[in-house]
Structures are given as C-alpha cells and as structure tokens.
Design a binder for this molecule. Structure first.
Ligand code: PLP
Length: 402
C-alpha cells in the first residue's frame, strides 16, 4: 500500500504550533473545575458573534444541533416544510427531520454548487400556493405549510443570498443559513450595498466546529449566530434542558451545551482564523493558476463576484474522478468526495419518493467532484506536486483517447 505523503487534511501541525496556548486552556478548566458554561463559553460566544457581525452567538455541542435548535427556536412545528438543497452533508436534513419538519429539495447552481435561486423561485411559484384563510404558504403535493429556507454555504462559498432573501420576504419565510463550512466567508449584498459575513444574513445561522472545519475544536462543537434576542434566548433554553433558571424547566429541551474546554480552545484558534482563511484563499488562487492549462478537462471552483470564499474545500470536477482519485492515491496524495450520493437518492430518504433525474445539476456534480488537499499549512511544493499529478493524469487520459 502506498503511504500518504501529502494528506488531504493536516490537523496535527496547527495543534503542535498552538500546543502551549491550548494546554493553558485545559489547565485553566482543570484548576477551576469550570467544565460546563462559565466565562470561557461566554467569552467565545462574544468573540464569535463579533467575528460574524451578529449581536448574539449561542454555543452548542455540534453544527447539527446548531441547526436543529435554530429550527426549533424559530418555531418549527411538526409537519412544516423546510426547503434546502440535496447537495450538502446529511446533517442539514437530519436537523430538519429531527426538528419535526419535512424536507423539500431544490437544485443547486452548477457553477457555485449552492442553492439556485431560480430553482427556489420555481418551487415556490409552481409547487406552492397561499392559503387565503390561514395566510400560509402551502406545498400543493403535501398540503403542508412551508416555513423556511436553508441555503448551505458549501465548501466555504456563500449562496447567492440577495435573491434568496427577496423570495423569503415575498413568501413570508424565514432563512436560516447552514454556514457550517463557511466561517468568515463574505457575501456582497447589492440590496445593502456592503459585504456581509456568512452567518449574519438570515434570521439565524449554524456553524460547525468539527475539528476539520476552518475553525475547528478539539472535539465536537457548534454555534448558532443571530441578531434576534428572543431567538438567542430560546436557543439557550433549548440547549440546556429547557431551563432559563436552574431546575425551572419552561419547556423540554436537550443536553446540547458547548463545553468550556472546547470554547477556550476555539477562542485561541479564532485569533488565527482570518490569517488561515487568507492562506486558504492564496492556495486556492495558486491551484487555479496551476490547473489552468487543463481547464477543458478539470473544472476549478468558480468564485462568483458576490462571494469571498474561504475554501473549506478545494473541489474540482473531472470526468473520471474515481480514476483520478486512484492515480493520486498511488502517488501518495489524499483526496475526498463531498458528497458522492445526493441526499434525495440516499436510502434514508427513500420515503420522500424522489427519483434519479429530479435534481440533474446535483446528480451531475456529485458524479464528478473530487476535493484536493486544502489546509492553511499545505506547502507550496506539496501543492505544486498535487497539481502536477492532476495534469499528468489528464495528459495520460487525453493521450490515450486520441
Ligand atoms: C454543511 C454542513 N452542515 C452541517 C454540518 C454538521 O456539523 P457537525 O458535524 O458539527 O454536527 C456539517 C459538518 O459536518 C456540514 O458540513
């Protein structure tokens, strides 16, 4: 077996670099026995809200719960319909189902891999109608009320939020952003004539701090950001067994708190996030240049004019991606696929009765994508080698098909 020389993701180097500071956090928690809540959590929440340009941040134990609790705090009722994309990690839709809602999919845009506002408009115009009695938007096929939209800022690029927000306003729906892969990404809003941070656009947004994320904990962690004080308060109750005061439970909640050691670790790492994101952007731009000569065979990520991406992943598209993966693996280069099976075709969602062909863009994309190594500490020489091997693979393919 070939050993991996250039990993898909290096999580050891950044932790070695920050070891002293990170161990100080663990000591602080050990010496104060402050493991749950307290100043480490409150400080991180303040810092992350400020980083995202929101008033509030509520730390929770994962990105999945950040989404799930945000849906509950937004008032989702059993059977409500929430619209999202089939090209995302299953946590997006697990959170929808687990909040008691029903999933409706709309396809993605082929160049940005995020929610296509045109497909969203089609769904709202052609598959839903306003009920004059309740004033609610009703999905025609299921007769259920549509309540919200969840755009996913996939791979670190934001979805095109202006048209999505306009549709949400027109149809009286809320928007909750899945920003789990987009810490620090920015969106230029023409409506507001300014750059907005991912996580500050909808009524709330969910972030994951899973270790491999642009801002990752040393364990599980997540957070919801919002400008809505009441929503933040509800989130805090939901994450803590429904209590606003110890042992006074206004509702049934969950054990979904962010622990203090993870919060402290996240505060240390947050100080480096802007620099790490810049390093990712610089690496992405070099990849664009290095792969340019094969542009007819390798589709590089397109950064739309309205987004400043943070390249959580560097995803290319090629015709025979399994062969490319095998070729790179043989050369000791790690890759990933995010994600190989569109959600509407997963066994878990067979009951939704979607079929092949329902979301053609997602299906085409899912069959051709490969994520190349991308992390701030990727060295120039390593990157050149990855690109050289991709070009070599393309050269062999093109040569053999002549
Ligand atoms: C798009 C997306 N949504 C939601 C999640 C869920 O986050 P977590 O793994 O922290 O629960 C992730 C992370 O894996 C993700 O990438």
């Amino acid at each position: 077996m070939t050993t991996t020389r250039i990993p898909f993701l290096d999580l050891v180097t950044p932790h070695k670099e920050l070891e002293t500071e990170l161990l100080e956090i663990v000591k602080k928690a050990l010496h104060s026995a402050g493991f749950i809540g307290g100043p480490l959590v409150e400080n991180f929440e303040k810092e992350f809200a400020s980083f995202c340009g929101t008033k509030y941040c509520v730390g929770v134990n994962s990105g999945t719960d950040a989404l799930r609790f945000a849906f509950m705090a937004a008032g989702v009722q059993t059977g409500d319909v929430i619209v999202t994309v089939p090209h995302t990690f299953i946590a997006t839709t697990e959170a929808i189902s687990q909040a008691g809602a029903t999933i409706a999919f709309v396809d993605i845009d082929e160049s940005t891999y995020t929610m296509d506002p045109v497909r969203l408009r089609e769904y709202l115009e052609m598959h839903c109608s306003f009920d004059s009695k309740s004033g609610k938007l009703i999905e025609t096929s299921s007769q259920r009320p549509v309540v919200g939209i969840v755009p996913v800022h996939l791979y670190g690029q934001t979805a095109d939020m202006d048209p999505i927000m306009e549709l949400a306003e027109r149809y009286k729906l809320w928007v909750i952003e899945d920003a789990c892969q987009a810490h620090g990404a920015e969106y230029f809003s023409k409506r507001e004539n300014r750059w907005l941070k991912a996580g500050s656009i909808g009524i709330a947004a969910a972030f994951s701090f899973y270790p491999g994320k642009n801002l990752g904990a040393c364990g599980e962690a997540g957070a919801t950001t919002t400008n809505d004080e009441a929503l933040a308060k509800r989130m805090k109750m939901i994450r803590d067994h429904g209590q606003a005061k110890k042992y006074y439970h206004d509702i049934e909640g969950y054990n979904g708190r962010l622990d203090s050691i993870q919060a402290g670790i996240l505060s240390v790492k947050l100080r480096h996030l802007a620099k790490w994101n810049e390093q990712r952007r610089a690496l992405a731009h070099s990849f664009h240049d290095l792969l340019a000569e094969a542009k007819d065979f390798v589709a590089i990520p397109r950064e739309a004019s309205w987004t400043k991406g943070v390249y959580h992943l560097y995803v290319v598209r090629v015709e025979d991606r399994e062969a490319l993966q095998a070729y790179l693996a043989e050369a000791g280069i790690g890759t990933g696929i995010h994600y190989p099976i569109p959600l509407h075709l997963q066994k878990a969602y067979a009951h939704l009765n979607y079929k092949i062909g329902d979301f053609p863009v997602t299906e085409r994309v899912a069959a051709e994508i490969v994520s190349l190594p991308m992390f701030p500490q990727l060295e120039k020489e390593q990157q050149k080698e990855v690109a050289a091997r991709v070009l070599e693979f393309i050269g062999l393919r093109v040569g053999s098909s002549r």
